[in-house]
Design a protein around this ligand. Sequence first.
Ligand code: ADP
Length: 458
Amino acid sequence: MTLGTRLTLWQTFLLAFLLTAFAVISYRALDTGLRAELDRVLVERADHAALAMQAIPNLPIVGVSPGLSSAFTSPGIYLQIVDEAGRIALRSTSLGADSLPVHADRLAEVLDGRSFYETESVADHSVRLYHRPIIRDGRVIGAVEVGGSLYGVEDTLSRLRAIFALIIAGSLIVGALGSYSLTHIGLLPLTRLANLAARIGRARDLSIRISHAGPPDEVGRLAFTLNDMLARLEAAFNSQRSFLAEAAHELRTPLATLIGNADLLARYGNDPERRTTALAAVRTEGRRTARLLSDLLLSVQADTGWRLDLRPTQLADVLRNVVAYSHPFAGGVTITLAEPPPVTLLGDADRLKQVFFNLVDNALKHTPTGGVVSLQVSLLNSWIRVTVRDTGEGIPPDSLPHIFDRFYRAPGQSHGSGLGLSIARWIVEQHSGRITVGSEVGRGSEFSVWLPVPTPQS
Ligand code: ADP
């Protein structure tokens, strides 16, 4: 069942419920009102007749003039007076040849001084009856029985039922048709959007955008959201594609070197000198490939929303470790570390080592022999700042905004994968920190890692 049909059905059900509730309430109100009005007329007539009888002290109840009755009746209203024995003393002319029923048990009740209503069938139609005692000198001398035909009430009610049935049926048909067409007209822009989205899916072209010229209503917002989603999907898809291409490209060089050296070993394995050189190259490239693969893996994990497990970590230990590990690669460059303050951070020690080793390694790679790479730690309010400064070649201003991009290498750089700084930034951000850079060509670069110092209660 389509959304349009479902909405139409719901609206029709609601309309049917409202119309039926309105009809039932109006019908009941009119029914009660008409009957109450008739009852009121009956009481009024009965009271008048009874008072007239009571007001004539010596008038015997039997033999009252029939002319009296016309004063208390009108069309559809019947009056009858009975004496204590149940004999009819007077009948209104509106009764014709008929008379109102006289039951011994009801008469006994009236003679006991009680007044009451009942509905009886007289001459094949319903009549509302009101019984009332006639009391003269403190004694019940007879009963007034006033009847009102219910024909008028029932006729009015049955007409009303027919009118309501017609109105409800008509309104439901018109309402359902109207709702169906309005719902379908209203849903047209949505149908158009759905068709467009299906076309984009079939064409597998994420560059297609939905053109919506209408107002910025719900449909307009949906079109905007879909376009936004498509743009993000397209960007993610493109970045995934370029990531794969870059990753494959990066792996090609070390693998080619590995294969080349394996060939050398196969051919000249007996020559000890060549064998040693080839094995050293295999080892170096093997390590490079392993590091590249672990960087690629970490990059993918960063994309999938993987989070680091942070535990209390001594920053000083991390930095000392990095410096000790870097010394063998210094190649004539001096590495210094100013005594770091004993700060405990919430962090991942291995990943933090990776960040600082990467910064020191970059600094060493870009600093000529005789230069200095210095590490410094300073506390600034609730932040701790670790600076890795070098006296190397610096970074050209054009490259500076891109060095944290994945796979970015400054022009002319043939070494490295361009992954190091992008991973470093991801790791630092996982620690709720940030990484900044300042550099001057020919004078050197300065990378600062800002990490939050946990407050005592956290
Ligand atoms: P890689 O692993 O290839 O070094 P990085 O992401 O670590 O990649 O660095 C990206 C680029 O930033 C490098 O190619 C280099 O050009 C530049 N760079 C990073 N650190 C320094 C530095 N200390 N001095 C000069 N250039 C640097």
